[in-house]
Design a protein around this ligand. Sequence first.
Ligand code: ZN
Ligand code: FE
Length: 256
Amino acid sequence: MAPFEIVLVPALSDNYVYLVHDHASGATAVVDPAEAAPVQAALDARRWNLTHILNTHHHGDHIGGNRELIERHGAVLIGPKAETARIPGMDITVAEGDVVDFAGHTGAVFETPGHTSGHIAFWFADSDALFCGDTLFALGCGRVFEGTMEQMWSSLLKLRGLASTARIYCGHEYTVSNARFALSVDPDNVRLQARTREFEEMRARGTPTIPAVLADELDTNPFLRADHPGLAAAVGMAGADPVAVFAEIRGRKDRF
Ligand code: ZN
Ligand code: FE
């Protein structure tokens, strides 16, 4: 099956919403519509009609456009079963191991608790596309609001295990500030230094840094490297449990 087309739609101050379009059928999904207006404008510009909405978690900056888009298009709303009480109007709820069908494209559902307790990610292997909301960011990860550090670390390990060609479509443009933090815990990482310069140039030109590719994140994202001996040593925790190292790094980022 031919890969789908993905259009990045900036919304609110730093959110990214994604339109996913299947050319053969004309079906179009939106992932985490923060607000309806920019999504509608992007649809209109391409004469696409919205058929599906995918939500990764219940935060307002990910579901804010749901109601208006459903009223306008009658799109099918798919989201996390564990957040049924917190996302109004879901037609299909999904959990770990479920698959969503979008115009014949199969999306595997992973539960990735930590940022919220019911957060999920969608992995479309045939298009090498991971929609991970606020779990994994380029060079960062989401704040741990509802889950435990242990849950967040296991969620990141799940995503780390995907194909290294996976393109990471995350919920926010936080990359440059993530890079500055990453350098504070991993200053001698030459790959990280190079990516930081690249990202700073991209942002100076107004270019989105998304999608990132998982292979690059594996070498440079400190939150995917809490079990790397060099990183543990760099934060003064040589030999410590990866969950403890992850918690230390996440805590430092919260205070950065
Ligand atoms: Zn969020
Ligand atoms: Fe968010």
